[in-house]
Ligand binder design. Sequence first.
Ligand SMILES: *Cc1c(COP(=O)(O)O)cnc(C)c1O
Length: 401
Amino acid sequence: MVNEPSVVSISPRERALMDRLVSLSSSSGSHSPSLATMQLEFPELEVEVDACFLSNPLATDLFWTHFNRDVLEDPQLFKRMLEAYPSQNRVIASDLSPALGIDAGRLFIANGATEAIQAIIQNFSSHVHINVPTFSPYYEFAGPDRKVTRYQLDATESFALDPVHYVQSVLRSGADTAVLISPNNPDGYLIPDNDLAWILGKLASVKTVIVDESFIHFADRDSSGTRRFGALPTLVGITEQFDNVTVVKSMSKDFGIAGIRAGYAIMDPARVTRLLAQGYLWNSSGIAEYFFSLFGRPVFLDEYRKVLNTYRATIERFKTTMSCADFVRTYPTDANFQLMQMPLGVSADMVASLLLVRHGVYVRACGDKVGLDGEFIRVAIRTDSENSKVLAALKDVLSSI
Ligand SMILES: *Cc1c(COP(=O)(O)O)cnc(C)c1O
C-alpha cells in the first residue's frame, strides 16, 4: 500500500492502480519497468510523457531518419542484419577507432555499457569502492564474492564530490577498483576536469579506476585538451595517461538508442585481450554495428552535434524554469535529468504514481536507490512541450497533497 497523508483525496480507481504500480516497481528490482512493460501491465493507462528513461529524443529521430533512408535505398539492408552474424568485437573496434580517435586495441565493444561494467567488475576487481547514490549495476554485478564499500555523497552539498575526502576514502578502503560517474546518475553532478585529473593522479596505485562518462555529452564542459571525437566532450585525453583507468561509455542516453544495446569501454590493450580471450566474440548485433558505422559518416556526426546543441538549449531552459520553481526542491545537474526532493511528509512513490495515473507522466521514484535518504524523484528532460506537461503535472499533484 502507498502511504497516504490524511488530506489527500484519491479515488478508489486511482488507489487500486497505484497499489498495482508500486508492486510492479518492486518486482522490477533496482531498475524501473520499461515503457513496454508498463503498457502491457497497464493497458488502461496512457503514458503521454516518458520522463523516466534518460535519452535525447531528437537523437533517436536522427538515427531513425538515417536508418529509414538507408533501408529505402537498399531494401536488403535490414534482411542482411537479421540473416548474418554481426562483425566480431575487434572488427567493430577497428571500424570505430578512427572516428573516436582511440586505438582499436584499447576499445572493448559491448552489448550496452552495462555489459562492459559487468566484464570489468567480474574480471578485474575483488573490491569495488562506489559513490552512492549511483547506477546500481556497479554494486549489483559485484555479486557475493566481491567486497563493496561506499563513499557517501552529500545531498546538502548538492552531491558534489570532495576530491580530498574521496581519495582518502578510496585509499583507506583498500579497494582495487574505484568507480567515478560524471555526470553522476541519479544526481547529475559533473566532476570538474581539474578535480578529476587530480583524483586520477592520486589513485594511480589503485588497480582499476572506472570513469563512466555515459552522460558527458549533455554537460556543457569546454576545457581544452580533453576533447576527442570531433567537438564532443570526452575524457579520453586525461585517461590515456593512466594504464589503470577505464572509460565506460553508453550510447543509450545521448544517442537515444537504448533498445539497440550499444556501448564501449576504453582500457589498457592487455585488458581488452584478456576479456576477448574468454568470449564477447559476437556480442553486438547487426543493428548495433550499423549504428556504429554511422560514426564514420561526417554528415551524421554534424547532424548529431546540431541535435545535441538544440537539446542542450532545451535542457538549459528546463533548468532555468526549475531554478525559480518553489513547489519542489531541485539539485543542480549537468546531465539530461534532474533530481527533485519531495516536500516534507510527501512520499515519492505516491507522487510518481499520481503523476502516472492522473497525467500519464512517467518519472522515476528513487526509493530503492542505495545511499539516497529521503523522498526523491528523478525527472528526465525531454522536449519543451513534454517538459511543460511534466512540470504542470508535478505542480498539480504536489498542490493536491
Ligand atoms: C544507463 C547507464 C549505463 C548503461 O547503459 P547501457 O544502456 O547499458 O549502455 C551505464 N552507466 C550509467 C551511469 C548509466 O546511467
